[in-house]
Design a protein around this ligand. Structure first.
Ligand SMILES: Cc1cc2nc3c(=O)[nH]c(=O)nc-3n(C[C@H](O)[C@H](O)[C@H](O)COP(=O)(O)O)c2cc1C
Length: 354
Protein backbone atom coordinates (compact mmCIF):
# COMPACT_ATOMS: atom_id res chain seq x y z
CA UNK A 1 0.00 0.00 0.00
CA UNK A 2 1.25 3.47 -0.78
CA UNK A 3 2.05 5.65 2.17
CA UNK A 4 -0.46 8.36 1.36
CA UNK A 5 -3.25 5.78 1.25
CA UNK A 6 -2.61 4.84 4.85
CA UNK A 7 -5.95 5.85 6.26
CA UNK A 8 -7.73 2.66 7.29
CA UNK A 9 -8.79 2.15 10.92
CA UNK A 10 -6.22 1.06 13.47
CA UNK A 11 -5.23 -2.59 13.32
CA UNK A 12 -5.80 -3.78 16.83
CA UNK A 13 -4.26 -7.21 16.13
CA UNK A 14 -0.79 -5.75 15.86
CA UNK A 15 1.77 -7.95 17.55
CA UNK A 16 3.57 -6.50 20.52
CA UNK A 17 7.09 -7.76 20.78
CA UNK A 18 9.46 -7.59 23.69
CA UNK A 19 12.84 -7.57 22.01
CA UNK A 20 16.23 -7.96 23.63
CA UNK A 21 17.47 -4.67 22.26
CA UNK A 22 20.72 -3.01 23.33
CA UNK A 23 19.64 0.36 21.98
CA UNK A 24 18.08 2.46 24.75
CA UNK A 25 16.28 4.79 22.36
CA UNK A 26 13.72 2.00 21.87
CA UNK A 27 13.23 1.42 25.62
CA UNK A 28 9.72 1.54 27.09
CA UNK A 29 7.94 1.89 23.78
CA UNK A 30 9.86 5.00 22.71
CA UNK A 31 9.35 5.59 19.01
CA UNK A 32 12.54 7.19 17.64
CA UNK A 33 12.73 9.36 14.56
CA UNK A 34 15.97 8.78 12.66
CA UNK A 35 17.64 11.14 10.25
CA UNK A 36 18.38 8.89 7.24
CA UNK A 37 21.97 8.64 6.07
CA UNK A 38 22.30 10.76 2.92
CA UNK A 39 25.63 11.08 1.14
CA UNK A 40 26.36 14.71 0.38
CA UNK A 41 23.84 16.04 2.92
CA UNK A 42 24.11 14.44 6.35
CA UNK A 43 27.38 16.08 7.26
CA UNK A 44 28.37 17.12 10.75
CA UNK A 45 26.58 20.48 10.44
CA UNK A 46 23.30 19.10 9.19
CA UNK A 47 23.29 16.23 11.68
CA UNK A 48 23.79 18.74 14.50
CA UNK A 49 20.90 20.92 13.33
CA UNK A 50 18.57 17.93 12.94
CA UNK A 51 19.48 16.71 16.41
CA UNK A 52 18.71 20.15 17.83
CA UNK A 53 15.34 20.10 16.12
CA UNK A 54 14.19 16.74 17.40
CA UNK A 55 15.87 13.91 15.47
CA UNK A 56 16.38 11.15 18.03
CA UNK A 57 19.10 9.28 16.17
CA UNK A 58 21.44 10.35 13.38
CA UNK A 59 23.60 8.29 11.04
CA UNK A 60 26.63 9.31 8.98
CA UNK A 61 26.61 8.98 5.23
CA UNK A 62 27.94 5.63 4.06
CA UNK A 63 31.69 5.12 3.88
CA UNK A 64 33.58 2.42 2.06
CA UNK A 65 35.20 -0.05 4.44
CA UNK A 66 38.35 -0.20 2.29
CA UNK A 67 38.71 3.61 2.47
CA UNK A 68 38.57 3.42 6.26
CA UNK A 69 41.39 0.87 6.28
CA UNK A 70 43.42 2.99 3.85
CA UNK A 71 43.14 5.91 6.28
CA UNK A 72 41.48 8.16 3.71
CA UNK A 73 41.31 11.53 5.53
CA UNK A 74 38.27 12.81 3.66
CA UNK A 75 36.33 9.69 4.55
CA UNK A 76 37.39 9.69 8.20
CA UNK A 77 36.50 13.37 8.39
CA UNK A 78 32.99 12.71 7.11
CA UNK A 79 32.15 10.35 9.98
CA UNK A 80 33.48 12.42 12.87
CA UNK A 81 30.86 13.71 15.25
CA UNK A 82 30.39 15.67 18.45
CA UNK A 83 28.94 14.38 21.71
CA UNK A 84 25.82 16.50 21.11
CA UNK A 85 24.96 14.31 18.12
CA UNK A 86 24.65 11.10 20.12
CA UNK A 87 23.13 8.63 19.63
CA UNK A 88 25.08 8.53 16.42
CA UNK A 89 25.72 5.67 14.03
CA UNK A 90 28.43 5.33 11.40
CA UNK A 91 27.35 3.57 8.23
CA UNK A 92 29.80 1.40 6.31
CA UNK A 93 29.58 -0.61 3.12
CA UNK A 94 31.69 -3.06 1.20
CA UNK A 95 31.60 -6.61 -0.09
CA UNK A 96 34.21 -8.45 1.94
CA UNK A 97 33.27 -9.60 5.44
CA UNK A 98 36.82 -9.42 6.82
CA UNK A 99 37.44 -5.91 5.47
CA UNK A 100 34.15 -4.67 6.88
CA UNK A 101 34.89 -6.24 10.26
CA UNK A 102 38.32 -4.62 10.36
CA UNK A 103 36.92 -1.23 9.36
CA UNK A 104 34.19 -1.50 11.99
CA UNK A 105 36.80 -2.22 14.68
CA UNK A 106 38.90 0.78 13.63
CA UNK A 107 35.90 3.11 13.72
CA UNK A 108 34.79 1.87 17.13
CA UNK A 109 38.32 2.14 18.55
CA UNK A 110 38.81 5.66 17.27
CA UNK A 111 35.34 7.26 17.49
CA UNK A 112 33.22 5.03 19.71
CA UNK A 113 29.90 5.66 17.92
CA UNK A 114 26.68 4.33 19.45
CA UNK A 115 26.34 1.80 16.66
CA UNK A 116 27.74 0.74 13.32
CA UNK A 117 25.21 0.48 10.51
CA UNK A 118 25.60 -1.74 7.45
CA UNK A 119 24.44 -0.45 4.08
CA UNK A 120 22.61 -2.99 1.92
CA UNK A 121 20.58 -0.46 -0.02
CA UNK A 122 22.74 1.80 -2.16
CA UNK A 123 21.58 1.53 -5.81
CA UNK A 124 24.55 3.40 -7.40
CA UNK A 125 26.27 1.46 -10.14
CA UNK A 126 29.76 2.17 -8.81
CA UNK A 127 28.66 0.43 -5.59
CA UNK A 128 26.56 -2.44 -6.94
CA UNK A 129 29.14 -3.40 -9.57
CA UNK A 130 31.45 -4.30 -6.67
CA UNK A 131 28.76 -6.50 -5.12
CA UNK A 132 28.15 -3.97 -2.35
CA UNK A 133 25.09 -1.96 -1.26
CA UNK A 134 21.82 -3.23 -2.74
CA UNK A 135 23.67 -5.81 -4.85
CA UNK A 136 23.96 -7.92 -1.70
CA UNK A 137 20.19 -8.37 -1.77
CA UNK A 138 20.94 -10.73 -4.70
CA UNK A 139 23.62 -12.48 -2.69
CA UNK A 140 22.11 -13.15 0.72
CA UNK A 141 24.83 -15.58 1.69
CA UNK A 142 27.52 -12.87 1.47
CA UNK A 143 25.14 -10.44 3.17
CA UNK A 144 24.80 -12.93 6.04
CA UNK A 145 28.55 -13.44 6.27
CA UNK A 146 29.13 -9.66 6.41
CA UNK A 147 26.61 -9.28 9.23
CA UNK A 148 27.98 -12.20 11.23
CA UNK A 149 31.57 -11.12 10.77
CA UNK A 150 30.94 -7.54 11.94
CA UNK A 151 28.81 -8.62 14.91
CA UNK A 152 31.59 -10.99 16.00
CA UNK A 153 34.23 -8.29 15.60
CA UNK A 154 32.29 -5.80 17.73
CA UNK A 155 31.22 -7.48 20.96
CA UNK A 156 30.71 -4.10 22.69
CA UNK A 157 29.17 -2.03 19.93
CA UNK A 158 25.71 -2.70 18.51
CA UNK A 159 25.51 -3.40 14.78
CA UNK A 160 22.45 -2.38 12.76
CA UNK A 161 21.53 -2.73 9.09
CA UNK A 162 19.61 -0.87 6.39
CA UNK A 163 18.14 -2.58 3.33
CA UNK A 164 15.82 -1.94 0.43
CA UNK A 165 12.98 -4.42 -0.03
CA UNK A 166 14.76 -6.16 -2.90
CA UNK A 167 16.61 -5.75 -6.17
CA UNK A 168 13.46 -5.45 -8.31
CA UNK A 169 9.75 -6.18 -8.07
CA UNK A 170 10.41 -9.80 -9.12
CA UNK A 171 12.85 -10.35 -6.27
CA UNK A 172 11.49 -8.80 -3.11
CA UNK A 173 13.62 -10.50 -0.45
CA UNK A 174 13.13 -8.24 2.55
CA UNK A 175 11.72 -11.07 4.69
CA UNK A 176 14.52 -13.51 3.93
CA UNK A 177 17.15 -10.81 4.31
CA UNK A 178 15.54 -9.68 7.56
CA UNK A 179 15.69 -13.19 9.03
CA UNK A 180 19.35 -13.60 8.11
CA UNK A 181 20.13 -10.18 9.53
CA UNK A 182 18.33 -10.89 12.80
CA UNK A 183 19.84 -14.36 13.15
CA UNK A 184 23.34 -12.94 12.81
CA UNK A 185 22.89 -10.72 15.86
CA UNK A 186 22.07 -7.39 14.22
CA UNK A 187 20.18 -5.10 16.61
CA UNK A 188 17.80 -3.19 14.33
CA UNK A 189 16.78 -3.22 10.69
CA UNK A 190 15.87 -0.07 8.75
CA UNK A 191 13.89 -0.82 5.60
CA UNK A 192 13.63 1.58 2.68
CA UNK A 193 10.39 0.37 1.12
CA UNK A 194 11.58 0.56 -2.49
CA UNK A 195 13.47 -1.85 -4.71
CA UNK A 196 16.89 -1.05 -6.16
CA UNK A 197 15.40 -0.60 -9.64
CA UNK A 198 12.89 1.95 -8.34
CA UNK A 199 15.73 4.19 -7.23
CA UNK A 200 13.96 7.00 -5.38
CA UNK A 201 10.82 7.03 -7.52
CA UNK A 202 7.37 5.60 -7.02
CA UNK A 203 5.67 4.56 -3.83
CA UNK A 204 7.52 2.92 -0.99
CA UNK A 205 5.89 -0.42 -0.24
CA UNK A 206 4.86 -0.21 3.40
CA UNK A 207 3.03 -3.53 3.25
CA UNK A 208 6.37 -5.28 2.79
CA UNK A 209 7.88 -3.24 5.63
CA UNK A 210 4.93 -4.33 7.75
CA UNK A 211 5.37 -8.02 6.85
CA UNK A 212 9.01 -7.93 7.88
CA UNK A 213 8.22 -6.06 11.09
CA UNK A 214 5.61 -8.71 11.93
CA UNK A 215 8.11 -11.49 11.34
CA UNK A 216 11.15 -10.19 13.19
CA UNK A 217 11.79 -9.64 16.89
CA UNK A 218 14.32 -6.86 16.47
CA UNK A 219 13.03 -3.30 15.98
CA UNK A 220 12.22 -2.49 12.37
CA UNK A 221 12.49 1.15 11.28
CA UNK A 222 10.31 2.19 8.37
CA UNK A 223 11.68 4.46 5.66
CA UNK A 224 10.39 5.88 2.40
CA UNK A 225 8.71 9.15 1.42
CA UNK A 226 7.80 10.27 4.92
CA UNK A 227 6.93 13.96 4.90
CA UNK A 228 4.89 16.20 7.12
CA UNK A 229 1.78 15.81 4.98
CA UNK A 230 1.48 12.10 5.73
CA UNK A 231 -0.57 10.49 8.42
CA UNK A 232 2.38 9.87 10.71
CA UNK A 233 0.29 8.48 13.56
CA UNK A 234 -1.28 6.02 11.12
CA UNK A 235 2.18 4.91 10.01
CA UNK A 236 3.10 4.14 13.58
CA UNK A 237 -0.06 2.24 14.40
CA UNK A 238 -0.57 0.34 11.16
CA UNK A 239 2.82 -0.81 10.01
CA UNK A 240 4.33 -2.54 13.01
CA UNK A 241 7.45 -0.40 12.94
CA UNK A 242 9.36 0.60 16.05
CA UNK A 243 10.61 3.90 14.63
CA UNK A 244 10.73 5.94 11.44
CA UNK A 245 13.59 7.18 9.29
CA UNK A 246 13.28 10.43 7.37
CA UNK A 247 15.40 11.26 4.34
CA UNK A 248 14.78 13.80 1.60
CA UNK A 249 11.96 15.67 3.32
CA UNK A 250 14.44 16.70 6.02
CA UNK A 251 16.95 18.21 3.57
CA UNK A 252 17.01 21.93 4.34
CA UNK A 253 14.23 21.35 6.85
CA UNK A 254 15.47 20.11 10.23
CA UNK A 255 12.24 21.55 11.71
CA UNK A 256 10.44 18.57 10.19
CA UNK A 257 11.44 16.48 13.21
CA UNK A 258 9.67 18.86 15.63
CA UNK A 259 6.71 18.91 13.31
CA UNK A 260 6.47 15.11 13.12
CA UNK A 261 6.95 14.75 16.87
CA UNK A 262 4.17 17.20 17.51
CA UNK A 263 1.94 15.25 15.13
CA UNK A 264 2.80 11.99 16.87
CA UNK A 265 2.15 13.42 20.32
CA UNK A 266 -0.81 15.73 19.75
CA UNK A 267 -2.06 15.09 16.23
CA UNK A 268 -1.29 18.73 15.43
CA UNK A 269 1.55 20.01 13.21
CA UNK A 270 4.47 21.72 14.90
CA UNK A 271 5.38 25.39 14.38
CA UNK A 272 6.88 26.27 11.01
CA UNK A 273 10.21 28.15 10.98
CA UNK A 274 10.22 31.87 10.34
CA UNK A 275 12.51 33.29 7.68
CA UNK A 276 14.70 34.68 10.49
CA UNK A 277 15.09 31.19 11.91
CA UNK A 278 15.92 29.74 8.51
CA UNK A 279 18.64 32.31 7.91
CA UNK A 280 19.98 31.92 11.46
CA UNK A 281 20.30 28.19 10.75
CA UNK A 282 22.31 28.90 7.60
CA UNK A 283 24.73 30.86 9.73
CA UNK A 284 24.94 28.16 12.40
CA UNK A 285 25.42 25.48 9.77
CA UNK A 286 28.26 27.40 8.17
CA UNK A 287 29.90 28.00 11.55
CA UNK A 288 29.84 24.30 12.42
CA UNK A 289 31.24 23.37 9.00
CA UNK A 290 33.92 26.06 9.21
CA UNK A 291 35.05 24.83 12.61
CA UNK A 292 35.05 21.17 11.57
CA UNK A 293 36.80 21.62 8.24
CA UNK A 294 39.11 24.49 9.23
CA UNK A 295 42.18 22.56 8.02
CA UNK A 296 40.82 22.65 4.44
CA UNK A 297 40.80 26.38 3.72
CA UNK A 298 37.94 28.70 2.86
CA UNK A 299 37.54 27.81 -0.85
CA UNK A 300 37.22 24.11 -0.23
CA UNK A 301 34.84 24.49 2.69
CA UNK A 302 32.63 26.79 0.64
CA UNK A 303 32.75 24.26 -2.19
CA UNK A 304 31.50 21.51 0.12
CA UNK A 305 28.85 23.73 1.68
CA UNK A 306 27.30 25.74 -1.14
CA UNK A 307 24.88 23.13 -2.50
CA UNK A 308 23.81 22.26 1.01
CA UNK A 309 23.40 25.88 2.14
CA UNK A 310 20.88 26.69 -0.56
CA UNK A 311 18.60 23.88 0.61
CA UNK A 312 17.80 25.94 3.75
CA UNK A 313 16.68 28.94 1.73
CA UNK A 314 13.34 28.05 0.18
CA UNK A 315 9.66 28.68 0.61
CA UNK A 316 9.66 32.43 1.18
CA UNK A 317 9.65 35.48 -1.03
CA UNK A 318 13.13 36.54 -2.09
CA UNK A 319 14.55 33.05 -1.47
CA UNK A 320 15.59 32.56 -5.09
CA UNK A 321 17.60 35.75 -5.13
CA UNK A 322 19.43 34.69 -1.97
CA UNK A 323 20.14 31.24 -3.44
CA UNK A 324 21.56 32.81 -6.59
CA UNK A 325 23.94 34.93 -4.56
CA UNK A 326 24.84 31.96 -2.38
CA UNK A 327 25.93 29.93 -5.38
CA UNK A 328 28.46 32.65 -6.24
CA UNK A 329 29.93 33.10 -2.75
CA UNK A 330 33.70 33.46 -2.54
CA UNK A 331 34.22 33.93 1.19
CA UNK A 332 32.63 33.50 4.59
CA UNK A 333 32.64 37.26 4.93
CA UNK A 334 30.40 37.49 1.84
CA UNK A 335 28.10 34.89 3.34
CA UNK A 336 27.73 36.91 6.54
CA UNK A 337 27.02 40.09 4.57
CA UNK A 338 24.49 38.24 2.42
CA UNK A 339 22.69 36.83 5.44
CA UNK A 340 22.61 40.20 7.18
CA UNK A 341 21.28 41.97 4.08
CA UNK A 342 18.72 39.21 3.52
CA UNK A 343 17.48 39.46 7.09
CA UNK A 344 17.20 43.24 6.83
CA UNK A 345 15.27 42.89 3.56
CA UNK A 346 12.90 40.30 5.03
CA UNK A 347 12.25 42.44 8.12
CA UNK A 348 11.71 45.51 5.97
CA UNK A 349 9.16 43.63 3.81
CA UNK A 350 7.39 42.39 6.93
CA UNK A 351 7.27 45.93 8.38
CA UNK A 352 5.98 47.32 5.13
CA UNK A 353 3.25 44.69 5.10
CA UNK A 354 2.21 45.34 8.72
C1 LIG B 1 21.19 12.27 -1.82
C2 LIG B 1 20.92 10.95 -1.12
C3 LIG B 1 21.98 10.28 -0.54
C4 LIG B 1 21.76 9.06 0.11
N1 LIG B 1 22.80 8.44 0.73
C5 LIG B 1 22.58 7.31 1.46
C6 LIG B 1 23.61 6.70 2.23
O1 LIG B 1 24.75 7.19 2.29
N2 LIG B 1 23.29 5.57 2.90
C7 LIG B 1 22.02 5.00 2.88
O2 LIG B 1 21.79 3.99 3.53
N3 LIG B 1 21.05 5.57 2.18
C8 LIG B 1 21.27 6.71 1.49
N4 LIG B 1 20.23 7.32 0.85
C9 LIG B 1 18.88 6.76 0.97
C10 LIG B 1 18.13 7.40 2.16
O3 LIG B 1 18.76 7.07 3.38
C11 LIG B 1 16.67 6.94 2.20
O4 LIG B 1 16.66 5.54 2.38
C12 LIG B 1 15.90 7.28 0.94
O5 LIG B 1 16.14 8.61 0.55
C13 LIG B 1 14.40 7.05 1.16
O6 LIG B 1 13.91 7.89 2.18
P1 LIG B 1 13.07 9.23 1.82
O7 LIG B 1 12.00 8.81 0.86
O8 LIG B 1 12.57 9.70 3.16
O9 LIG B 1 14.04 10.18 1.18
C14 LIG B 1 20.45 8.51 0.17
C15 LIG B 1 19.39 9.20 -0.43
C16 LIG B 1 19.61 10.41 -1.07
C17 LIG B 1 18.44 11.13 -1.68
Amino acid sequence: MALDQASSPLDTNRKTTIFPCMLPWFDNGKFPLYLAPMAGFTDIGFRTLCKEKGADVVVSEFVLADAILRGDHKVWNSIEFTEAQRPMGVQIFGSEPEVIAEAGKMIVDRLNPNFIDLNFGCPAKKVTCKNAGSSLLRDLSTLGRICASLVKALPDCPVTAKIRIGWDSESVVAKEAGRIIEDSGIQTLAIHGRTKTQGYKGDANWDVINQVAETLSIPVIGNGSIASRYDIRGLRSRYGVSGLMIGRAAIGNPWLFEDLKSQLQTGQPGPQPTVDERLAFVLRYSEIMKAHYNHLGEDMILGIMKGRLVSFVAGFSGARKIRNRMSRLCSFEELEVLLKESLDAVRFTELARA
